[in-house]
Ligand binder design. Structure first.
Ligand code: PBG
Ligand code: ZN
Length: 322
């Protein structure tokens, strides 16, 4: 027999030597949900192992995360005062702004802080932009999103991650940041964000569901791969520093395609629904959690993701799964 591929699979040593995909802890970003109050660490039921933290408890948890090697966080504000025009989104006193100042004071440059920039957790109607009737208005939303990005930068964010899917937001945010002397602040664009059912548990966690209608008028159609590339190239051209595909698991083809057409680092967001599915299956003894989680992580990297945003990050590092 001329071909015996099994020779390279003989044992762990040789398999590891010829492994085509590697993971490193530097690739991982861990999301945190931050809420008002004190001494709060309340479990999010649909996402076992994930919590709402008040800032005092957040500081304690981040300290533990840092010890595990988690030094890039993606922050979401929860339970903020809601209004039609999402005023809370760019307040200097918002939960996120307060958390940013506190984390910077506590940990300085040991931590790299990224904030989600979107209006849905700050609007009474729960849409990612401002409304006129049933319409989500694009350009008026840009102004508010830009103010939000600037507020986060001023409070200590290293990078902002717009997830609203309004047209032109990267250019608008870039311009606003530069005008305010924040040209060092990066933009991680949620460039390909599909209108997905996989965000279910997150919306419960962030209290950000639209009261009426859905997000299909701004988030991308799940059937479209060319459009995903188009959006990515537009965001690259508008000045994004990094791109993203979200969700991740059902969109490996999209990750691979975008990776082969951009020179920017590409992140994928292993979202709440993907996390919950794995946790529930593991809880019922249907799968081996460690194996399943790592299979998913390798799949993201194999498809071309340079960076992985995942709620599994803590388990992976704490339990030394890689
Ligand atoms: C806000 C936002 C969402 C997620 C990240 N930012 C929800 C949504 O668009 O409805 C989803 C994250 C997850 O499911 O883990 N726009
Ligand atoms: Zn939103």
């Amino acid at each position: 027999m001329k071909h015996r591929p099994r020779r390279l699979r003989k044992n762990d040593i040789i398999r590891s030597m010829v492994a085509e995909t590697r993971l490193a802890k530097d690739m991982f970003i861990y999301p945190y949900f931050v809420t008002k109050g004190k001494k709060i660490k309340s479990p999010i039921e649909a996402m076992p192992g994930v919590y709402h933290f008040s800032i005092d408890e957040l500081v304690k948890d981040v300290e533990k995360s840092l010890q595990l090697g988690i030094n890039k966080l993606l922050l979401f504000g929860v339970g903020e005062t809601k209004s039609k025009q999402a005023k809370g989104s760019h307040s200097k006193k918002s939960i996120i702004a307060t958390a940013l100042r506190r984390l910077k004071a506590e940990f300085g440059t040991d931590l790299y802080l990224i904030t989600d920039v979107c209006l849905c957790a700050y609007t009474t109607h729960g849409h990612c932009g401002v409304l006129a009737g049933d319409q989500v208005l694009n350009d008026p939303s840009l102004e508010i999103l830009s103010k939000m990005a600037v507020a986060h930068a001023e409070a200590g964010a290293d990078m902002v991650a717009p997830s609203d899917m309004m047209d032109g937001r990267v250019a608008s945010i870039r311009e606003a940041l530069d005008e305010q002397g924040q040209s060092d602040i990066g933009i991680l664009s949620y460039s390909t964000k599909f209108a997905s059912a996989y965000y279910g548990p997150f919306r419960e966690a962030a209290d950000s569901s639209p009261q009426k209608g859905d997000r299909k008028g701004y988030q991308m159609d799940i059937r479209n791969a060319n459009e995903a590339l188009k959006e990515s190239l537009i965001d690259e051209e508008e000045g994004a520093d990094m791109l993203m595909v979200k969700p991740a698991l059902a969109y490996l083809d999209v990750i691979q395609n975008i990776k082969s057409h951009t020179l920017l680092p590409l992140a994928c967001y292993n979202v709440s629904g993907e996390y919950s599915m794995v946790k529930m299956a593991a809880k019922h003894g249907l799968v081996n959690e460690q194996q399943l989680v790592m299979e998913n992580m390798y799949a993201f990297a194999r498809a071309g993701a340079d960076v992985i945003i995942s709620y599994h990050t803590k388990d992976i590092l704490e339990q030394k799964w890689m």
